[in-house]
Design a protein around this ligand. Structure first.
Ligand code: NZQ
Ligand code: ZN
Length: 386
């Protein structure tokens, strides 16, 4: 196992009815800004519950954060915070609202252009960030318990990520009943996103990290076990609670501690979203099977372990076993209703050069656990995804 440091200060408050705990978690004197997306948080009553829990505190709200949160929208919230001297943020939503809140928290005191400072030049430029909590309504990204944020600049078709320990949520409320209202597409997206997060911290090469491996395999098996039933029964508490906790554990740093990681699928996927507007998880369902295929030589040992431990494939020939494991992964995504080919989304070979060019412009030229996925390999991965 490699050396590592593990630190995660986010307090999780899990279970039905826990929104009321906000009253004990947000400072009494806070001047709060509630951030939310489109209509779901209001329509399903979560905003009202949050307002009630905040009681007599000074509260303002800011809605309209889009799926794949947009830089211009977020900068309007930054202005509101500066004008009204607000000092505590509360994100109510899925990954987009939480990621957007992280960016806002860091941008408020940023000197200069926050896009340049935070997303282009790098998060080490962040000196301070406003404190914030979250109420999760969509299990998927793990943003509720990590330091990552992905922001889109629609004007230039760019989607860039940053990560800083200053944007750990102080707390996250995980009430599984909040996910009952998710449409099938978002539930399926959540399962695929969480599954891919686990894969990208697992499917590299063995370093003898037995706990991380067993943990990752258990999380994947849980998603395989509950995914299809969840689509059919979104208001089943047992299924939703397992899903919500799995998605959080998939990207809170635990399974990634001390192991090599390969975020190529996510990085290539972000360019597809930036240029073609696909949902985040749709891009992962397209790219992951091709990464497995194109990198099967360097991932050989872990692919065999995955075939055995996650899918229990009994097949003597090793290469055949790997083929079956890749097919099972693709079939699982398709079974969840997420299509796995670029052509399923009307994207053809002509679109590939621009995606590869953007990867180059964003410096994403050495992806993968060995840094060996250069632009030529990314092009091959995209061609294999047609
Ligand atoms: O806008 P509203 O009306 O709220 O509707 C949302 C949105 O349209 C809806 N929704 C959320 N909760 C709901 C609900 N509808 C009904 N009932 C509920 N309870 O779902 C739609 C999608 O929401 P969004 O937040 O965009 O989805 P998700 O959580 O999948 O987040 C995706 C974003 O997170 C980034 C992605 O790149 C993408 O921008 N990621 C963030 C990561 C992180 N911070 O660690 C890691 C991920 O890999 C990912 O890159
Ligand atoms: Zn993701």
């Amino acid at each position: 196992m490699n050396n590592f440091e593990f630190f995660n200060p986010t307090r999780i408050v899990f279970g039905e009815g826990q929104v009321k705990a906000i009253n004990n978690l947000v400072p009494e004197s806070a001047r709060v800004l509630i951030l939310y997306g489109g209509e779901s948080a209001r329509k399903h009553g979560t905003l009202d519950q949050v307002m009630t829990a905040l009681g007599q505190r000074h509260v303002e709200s800011f809605g309209g954060i889009e799926a794949n949160p947009g830089y211009s929208t977020l900068m309007r919230a930054v202005e509101l915070i500066r004008e009204q001297r607000l000092d505590y943020l509360l994100a109510v939503g899925g990954g987009s609202v939480i990621d957007g809140t992280k960016f806002i928290a860091a941008a408020v005191d940023c000197e200069g252009d926050p896009w340049e400072e935070i997303l282009v030049r790098g998060a080490e430029n962040i000196r301070t960030a406003l404190p914030f909590g979250t109420v999760l309504t969509l299990p998927a990204t793990g943003s509720e318990m990590n330091t990552n944020s992905v922001i889109t600049r629609y004007e230039t078709h760019e989607k860039l990520a940053f990560s800083s320990p200053l944007v750990f949520p102080e707390f996250s409320i995980l009430d599984p009943t909040k996910a009952y209202t998710l449409p099938a597409r978002q539930l399926a997206n959540g399962v695929v996103d969480a599954y891919t997060h686990i894969m990208e911290q697992y499917l590299t090469y063995p370093v003898g990290a037995r706990v991380q491996d067993r943990f990752a395999e258990g999380l994947m098996q849980t998603l395989i076990e509950i995914g299809p039933s969840l689509l059919a029964n979104p208001d089943n508490y047992e299924l939703q609670s397992n899903f919500m906790w799995t998605a959080t554990l998939a990207l809170n740093g635990l399974i990634g501690a001390g192991v090599p990681q390969d975020w190529a699928t996510h990085m290539i996927g972000h360019e597809i979203t930036a240029l073609h507007g696909l949902d985040h998880a749709q891009t992962l369902a397209i790219v992951l099977p091709s990464v497995m295929q194109e990198q099967r030589a360097v991932k050989h040992d872990k692919l065999l372990q995955y075939a055995d431990s996650v899918w229990h494939i009994e097949e003597a020939d090793e290469e055949r076993r790997i083929d079956l494991a890749i097919n099972k992964t693709r079939d699982f995504f398709e079974q969840m209703g997420v299509k796995t080919r670029l052509s399923d989304y009307q994207i053809d070979a002509e679109a590939i050069p621009l995606m590869v060019q953007q990867l180059g412009e964003h410096g994403l030229t050495q992806l993968g656990e060995h840094g060996d996925i250069d632009l030529d390999k990314s092009r091959k991965i995209l061609e294999a995804s047609l």
